[in-house]
Design a protein around this ligand. Structure first.
Ligand SMILES: [Zn+2]
Length: 161
């Protein structure tokens, strides 16, 4: 028997940063600060991520490219690796991701790549706590997901083995 099924994801959208609550404005400002650490001479696409830990601390990450493309790192994973090294037992409340490009303004939210989605899921699994995912571009809308599972609906968390 064949079935056609669908997967639904839920998220909140604020049309502009002015519409967003203060807490998100602050997190986006942190992510924009993180963009300044980006090293992206090949793509000219700069990404910043700001993790908010349960203890209130913020950890920044930014993309770090390499002439050998596959060994570059995304902003999300540099932030998550920093958190795992600096505060391995501290749970992560949210990750805010933003981006900019030298070639054109980014007016829509950037979204994490598949590897980063899986890595954020791993952090959720490790700490047994959902991580809110906040996405924005340089300007425009802000998307807020309560868990990475909304961006990775057919997820693999290792517990299926
Ligand atoms: Zn990535």
């Amino acid at each position: 028997m064949k079935k056609e099924l669908k997967i639904e994801s839920y998220y909140t959208c604020y049309e502009t940063i002015e519409d967003a609550p203060e807490e998100y404005k602050n997190l986006i400002a942190e992510a924009k600060q993180a963009v300044k650490g980006s090293y992206a001479p090949y793509s000219n696409f700069n990404v910043g991520a700001a993790l908010l830990l349960n203890n209130g601390k913020i950890i920044h990450g930014s993309n770090q490219e390499n002439a050998s493309y596959p060994i570059g790192f995304c902003a999300e994973r540099t932030a998550l690796s920093a958190a795992a090294s600096i505060a391995p037992s501290e749970k992560i409340k949210s990750i805010t991701i933003t981006c900019s490009c030298a070639h054109h303004p980014v007016t829509t939210p950037g979204a994490p790549c598949g590897i980063c989605r899986q890595t954020i899921l791993e952090a959720e699994t490790k700490h047994q706590q959902n991580i809110e995912v906040i996405l924005t571009g340089e300007t425009g809308a802000i998307y807020i997901f309560k868990t990475i599972k909304d961006l990775l609906p057919l997820y693999f968390d290792g517990r299926l083995l």
